[in-house]
Design a binder for this molecule. Structure first.
Ligand code: AMP
Length: 283
């Protein structure tokens, strides 16, 4: 595995690979790698000749009061993990390489970015859209892999690829979970022992919603009330939002319709740690 830190070098490498007709994939990450990230790399391997993984804690997707400074970082450990996952190139640029002092261009996606996560984190998707667009122009992949864990992000990226004509195949990989159901996340490392013990309630409440829907309940308020009840039983949990929305445009729904596909998603704070999770359900 070769570690690359400069944009120009990464672009030259990919230009050569593409000239040689190699299929290139990209897995963008913020590092502190876990099995969720590794599953994306595996899918990348299955869908390309050359796997590029980027590690960059992207400052523009964090609001000033958020955890950019304290976000967990372990570049040495990540390098080992990526190497043993069979990654070909690890792109780990410095902040100034990506955003030099005079940096001025941002990518804004309308509408779907204004809902759910966008309501709680109004500047988040502008940062995500900008870094992903830049990474697409740097790594020039044929294929890019993202996780269903960040469901709204996945929709935003598909929209960018469509609207800006990137011609990149986007693969959305299933959410990898701990044994007790907690979705793997670099941010789980922030949880205290008590918060960690209570955190599986996120997936429990999603599973309960799924069961209710399978059992024929179509009234979203009834489903949400049950989820709120379950989560509120946990002392350290504070609900940011619970949503049942159309899975393509993220419009909130009141009554589920037969044949519809819905994104059931939530954000819950455990102390200062904000966790998100979701499931997709077709009825
Ligand atoms: P992050 O490093 O958290 O920005 O995540 C990098 C990529 O890994 C994103 O596409 C995430 O959606 C994906 N990802 C994060 N956690 C998981 C998980 N538990 N299962 C699958 N994919 C994940």
């Amino acid at each position: 595995m070769r570690v690359v830190t400069k944009i120009g070098e990464m672009q030259n490498i990919v230009d050569d690979l593409r000239r040689d007709k190699r299929i290139v994939s990209l897995v963008p990450t913020m590092g502190y790698l876990h099995d969720g990230h590794l599953s994306l790399m595996k899918i990348a391997r299955q869908n390309s000749d050359i796997v590029i993984v980027s590690i960059f804690v992207n400052p523009t997707q964090f609001a000033p009061h958020e955890d950019f400074g304290s976000y967990p970082r372990d570049i040495a450990g990540d390098t080992k993990l990526a190497n043993s996952a069979g990654v070909d190139f690890l792109f780990t640029p410095e902040k100034n390489e990506i955003y030099p002092a005079d940096y001025a261009t941002f990518v804004d996606v309308d509408e779907i970015t204004e809902k759910l996560e966008g309501k709680s984190r109004p500047t988040h998707f502008r940062g995500v859209a900008t870094i992903v667009t830049k990474l697409f122009n740097i790594a020039k992949p044929h294929v890019a892999i993202f996780g269903q864990k960040d469901a709204q992000q996945a929709l935003v990226i598909k929209k960018i690829v469509f609207d800006l004509n990137f011609g990149i195949k986007i693969i959305i990989a299933p959410t990898i979970r701990e044994k007790d159901g907690l979705a793997m996340s670099s941010r789980n490392s922030y949880l205290t022992k008590e918060q960690r013990q209570e955190s599986p309630v996120l997936y429990e409440s999603l599973t309960e919603a799924s069961k209710m829907i399978s059992g024929g309940i179509t009234d979203c308020l009834t489903i949400k009330e049950k989820m709120i009840k379950l989560i509120s039983m946990k002392q350290s949990a504070k609900i940011d939002y619970i949503s049942i929305a159309d899975s393509t445009d993220l419009e909130e729904v009141d009554v589920l319709q037969k044949g519809g596909t819905y994104l059931i998603s939530l954000a819950v704070k455990f102390g200062n740690t904000r966790l998100i999770d979701n499931i997709i359900q077709t009825i």
